[in-house]
Write a protein that binds this ligand. Structure first.
Ligand SMILES: [Fe+2]
Length: 287
């Protein structure tokens, strides 16, 4: 079965105006506060946020006032896209399943020679992933959960029914996910055949959010970090737990991985560490 990795082709999770809204939320500013600080009329700001139609000058002005990096935000408004168009790695496949008006990602990582796989999150419909695993005759030894939000884990039972011996790994403070899962901490490693999957604790979006960093493919690639909703191509996840922790997880954790490390995000397309350092308006921003 030939399978196209749909995550490669997803649109960005957040457009430029979505990022403005996130920045407003993070700063706890109202649109009238933004109007006073930027000199842009309140009604115009409301329209920009509703319609997504700022001029480059308006967008640059609002970004600068909010502390976002201006050039990357202008590039996103102009159609910037990150990441590879094809995956050089054998042994990663992404799935996008429906969630409200958008989609949520889940992934399979596997060692093609040993026939063993790990699953990262389940999405809202596990059937594409289960069909994929079955068609390749892969066994699943681990189910890695980035965090407990229902769009990412709602099909956990379906995956466990098919692979009852798979260990479920999840973060501290995400125990509600299942009663017999394993709470894992930073530095723990799982082996999926020859692939090593290392746990990084990356709180911020939720208290127990984890990143699973897979490396060790024979061709010596830098590997792929499954980051959940910590960071998206060109944006960040909603810091529902703590913005400070999210920034710390991002700058002291994920963005210190090798630049070519592929990021498999919870929503939107793949990106890389290098591309986010260069092209993400929230990275190294002054929010
Ligand atoms: Fe989430």
């Amino acid at each position: 079965m030939d399978y196209v990795d749909v995550v490669l082709r997803l649109p960005l999770e957040d457009g430029a105006c979505d990022i403005l809204k996130k920045a407003l939320d993070i700063k706890r500013w109202s649109t009238s506060a933004l109007s006073s600080a930027s000199g842009v009329e309140w009604a115009r700001i409301e329209r920009i946020l509703a319609m997504g139609d700022p001029t480059p000058e308006e967008l640059a002005g609002l970004a600068g006032t909010l502390g976002l990096r201006i050039e990357p935000l202008l590039a996103i408004q102009a159609g910037w896209r990150p990441g590879p168009r094809t995956l050089p790695w054998l042994g990663i496949c992404g799935f996008a399943t429906p969630f409200l008006d958008w989609t949520v990602n889940s992934f399979v990582v596997w060692d093609p020679d040993e026939g063993t796989a790990g699953v990262v999150d389940t999405g809202t419909d596990a059937s594409p992933m289960l069909e994929f695993l079955e068609a390749r005759g892969l066994g699943v030894s681990h189910i890695f959960l980035t965090h407990g939000h229902s769009d990412h884990v709602s099909r956990l039972q379906a995956v466990r029914e098919r692979y009852p011996n798979a260990e479920v790994w999840h973060g501290v403070e995400e125990q509600v996910l299942c009663t017999d899962g394993r709470v894992v901490r930073a530095g723990m490693e799982a082996a999926i055949g020859r692939i090593r999957v290392r746990v990084l604790e990356t709180p911020g979006h939720t208290p127990g959010s984890l990143t699973f960093w897979a490396s060790g493919w024979p061709e010596e690639s830098a590997g792929v970090a499954f980051v959940g909703d910590l960071v998206f191509a060109g944006s960040i996840g909603r810091p529902s737990h703590s913005y400070e922790l999210l920034q710390q997880s991002l700058h002291e954790g994920i963005l210190r991985l090798p630049g070519e490390t592929l990021l498999g995000c919870g929503h939107g397309p793949y990106t890389t560490v290098a591309e986010e350092l260069e092209g993400n308006p929230v990275v190294n921003a002054l929010l």
